[in-house]
Design a protein around this ligand. Sequence first.
Ligand SMILES: Nc1nc2c(ncn2[C@@H]2O[C@H](COP(=O)(O)OP(=O)(O)OP(=O)(O)O)[C@@H](O)[C@H]2O)c(=O)[nH]1
Ligand SMILES: [Mg+2]
Length: 305
Amino acid sequence: MPTKSGFVAVLGRPNVGKSTLVNALIHAKVAVVSEKPQTTWFNVRGILTEDDAQIVLIDTPGLHESEKLLNRCMTSQSLEALKEADAYLYVVDPDVAKIVQDHPWFERLRDASKPGVGVVNKIERLGANERDAVLGEVRGAAPFLKVLGVSALTAEGLDALVLELKGLLPEGAWLYDAELISDSPVRFLAKEFIKEKLFKELKDELPYETAVVVAHWVEGPEDPVEISAEIWVNRESQKPIVIGKGGEMIKRIGTKARLEVEELIGRHVYLSLYVKVKPHWMKAEGLLKQAGFPHVPAQAKKEGR
Ligand SMILES: Nc1nc2c(ncn2[C@@H]2O[C@H](COP(=O)(O)OP(=O)(O)OP(=O)(O)O)[C@@H](O)[C@H]2O)c(=O)[nH]1
Ligand SMILES: [Mg+2]
């Protein structure tokens, strides 16, 4: 039986559920999720290998228009994913008022001339009548071959979506070992899990001004694996907030992240977190690269500090 394989970029505006969808499709956690928009900053691949096909899903940062350098770093990754992919999924929220904001991106995808499937996620929020109206709305406005309703949360519609994606992929041998769920190094995933906890625990703008960098990873024959990571903040005044009263905030973040890293690597972990003040790291090319962005777009104009 000929097999199919290829890359599928998972695109859409912030907070529509792209990362949740990738995790649900591969039945594992590789992509970070929170209720706040712009949780994903880096592309991460989740691999689904099923009898006759290997679908490599690329979770991407949400598409948005902000001119800030950090935001442009994010959007440029999403567009890179589209370039390297054989096909794409474009995910939208089921709220019609929000879908209007997708229209400019629908137009850009028309120009990309790649096969794409539209996905109305969070469909469990809609009654039967509303569903047809929302699916029709996206079908009418976008260049997708098909538009499906799914719920990444309840798994409704996911089997149909996988079937659809298989139809878009070219024939080919497996791109990755069939056992693999991601090609991201565990160091990267661990850093992302820490960042997810920052997004979940910290309020307001603070998560958007923090970055995580793994400083040491010592993996000897005996447990625990020793990992230390830096949490960068933008201003001195943010440091005590991340540390919390008596260190309770950073302890909570550390414990939650450690449990997930232990599950990921199947070993006991000793995780140390240090908060470092890196003024204006979000505006400095060198620091953005150190924080993990492979490509930092040229700065069109200087951002105010
Ligand atoms: N009700 C419902 N909520 C969902 C569903 N899928 C995702 N969510 C929630 O939507 C929020 C955003 O999910 P993410 O997966 O982080 O969204 P994203 O599109 O990756 O967001 P960014 O990375 O910020 O672009 C989280 O609170 C999820 O739990 C769904 O099918 N139904
Ligand atoms: Mg995401």
